[in-house]
Design a protein around this ligand. Sequence first.
Ligand SMILES: [Zn+2]
Ligand SMILES: [Zn+2]
Length: 94
Amino acid sequence: MASRGRDALPVLEEWYDTAVSGQRLYDRPRMCGVAGCAEPLIKAYHLKYRLCPVHIKCPAVLRRGVPQRWCSNCQKFHALESFIGSRRYAPTSH
Ligand SMILES: [Zn+2]
Ligand SMILES: [Zn+2]
């Protein structure tokens, strides 16, 4: 936990996008989309978006190699630079 660089960001697994788009759900449908995360998804909201309570609030995760943040307004990831400061709403992406 010493590094605060890009490498330290949680990484979304490759199956994540397929799972969220409602297509075939691979074999880990009840897991958080972040690699190595064992946090159980209990609430329907977290299950629907395949993100645990920790990572849905995470300031940034790496998705396809790009740092992104979960937007609480439209329930999607946007590029980190779309957000202002630590807000969870990306005004330029809507
Ligand atoms: Zn997680
Ligand atoms: Zn948004």
